[in-house]
Write a protein that binds this ligand. Structure first.
Ligand SMILES: [Zn+2]
Length: 105
């Protein structure tokens, strides 16, 4: 299967690091105190949760930043870095059925 993920180039990762530094978003990990972070390879989607469950394809494109020690994840909107536009959000008519209580499958 072809890889259709939205990977960040090295230049884009450097752009993310520059913006986070400019915004002073460089504090140490709130979980373990480690001072270094890794920028994720791909853009990710924070899914919206509607009245009927998760809305497949609807959400907020994000850049994942992970602690280099404990792998704690934090997310920043991809719009901050110019990687997504507000109109790129998918339509909200794609709600899926919520799984019944107790179903882990
Ligand atoms: Zn950590």
């Amino acid at each position: 299967m072809p890889d259709k993920t939205r990977k960040l180039s090295q230049a884009e990762k450097e752009h993310v690091a520059k913006i986070l530094t400019e915004k002073k978003a460089t504090k140490e990990c709130p979980i373990c105190g480690n001072p270094t972070w890794a920028i994720g390879e791909n853009l990710v989607l924070h899914s919206l949760f509607g009245s009927g469950g998760f809305m497949i394809g609807a959400g907020f494109p994000s850049v994942l930043v992970a602690c280099n020690n404990c792998a704690y994840f934090r997310f920043h909107s991809a719009m901050l870095f110019g990687f997504a536009q507000p109109e790129s959000a998918p339509p909200s008519s794609t709600e899926v059925e919520k799984k019944p209580e107790g179903s882990n499958a």
